[in-house]
Design a protein around this ligand. Structure first.
Ligand code: MF3
Ligand code: CO
Length: 252
């Protein structure tokens, strides 16, 4: 495991990349309305990326190569939903938008779950709990805490609400590469793992299921769905640990 601790200048570049991601997610969120296909959202994202003079962190990633610049994960899709012309948003859906970009050699990565029209109370509560879990996790990003304090913050908040934390996918360090060490699970035990130090930059991304934690990857090699087909929510921020306080790089 090789952790790259970032200088202030490097964190500044990560900030630039992440703000591009944040602004494009804002734009996409406005377009999450009934009748819009996830392919259209992907096209919007690709255009905005070009305009920003940035490159996709997702397109062509891994094997099979990821085929789009955006992940669009609707309802029971946990993460890595591939945009499709025939997946059209409807009232009451939730959609996870996950977007990553490189600018000036550094990567930005962030995700959010958006509610389309009037979402059933039970699903809205899941989305809001997941958002809150990420905020609680970010609050743990202070020098002297340990890595698993982050996952514990997520797990200890959502499990008593009756939700399950996805274990198959985790957050990650981020820098010149989208995925750097260390892995950042959304579960853990308090006061365990490496000590958090200034210059550590983490993409923290809780995935929380309404039903059980089990996920299954579909034939396309990417789309991860809940095994019980109950809804799932996902939020992600890239966060820099500094001497005094966490800086949420992907939030304006
Ligand atoms: N934000 C996700 C991650 O951190 C999405 C990457 S999947 C990709 O892993 F294939 F689209 F790149
Ligand atoms: Co990520």
């Amino acid at each position: 495991m090789k952790i790259f601790y970032k200088t202030k200048a490097e964190i500044e570049k990560l900030r630039v990349a992440n703000l591009i991601v944040a602004d494009i997610l804002d734009l996409l969120e406005e377009h999450c309305r009934p009748g819009v296909s996830t392919a259209e959202l992907n096209e919007l994202a690709a255009k905005a990326l070009k305009k920003a003079g940035a490159e996709s962190a997702f397109l062509g990633y891994s094997n099979p190569p990821y085929p789009a610049v955006l992940c669009t994960s609707v309802n029971e899709v946990v993460v890595h939903g591939i945009p499709r012309r025939d997946v059209v948003l409807k009232d009451g859906d939730i959609i996870g938008l996950d977007f990553g970009a490189f600018k000036d050699g550094f990567c930005g990565d962030s995700a959010r779950t958006v509610m389309v029209g009037k979402v059933p109370e039970r699903v809205r509560r899941l989305v809001e709990a997941t958002r809150r879990a990420l905020d609680l996790a970010i609050e743990k990003c202070v020098v002297g805490n340990r890595l698993q304090d982050i996952g514990w913050a997520v797990q200890s908040y959502v499990e008593p609400l009756g939700y399950a934390v996805v274990r198959k996918f985790v957050g990650h360090g981020i820098g010149r590469a989208m995925h750097e060490d260390p892995q950042v699970p959304n579960f853990g035990e308090p006061n365990k793992g490496i000590k958090l130090k200034p210059g550590l930059v983490l993409a923290i991304e809780p995935m929380v299921n309404a039903g059980t934690a089990d996920v299954e990857v579909l034939e396309d090699g990417w789309t991860a769905v809940t095994r019980d087909r109950q809804p799932s929510a996902h939020f992600e921020h890239s966060v820099a640990i500094t001497e005094d306080r966490p800086i949420v790089l992907s939030r304006r």
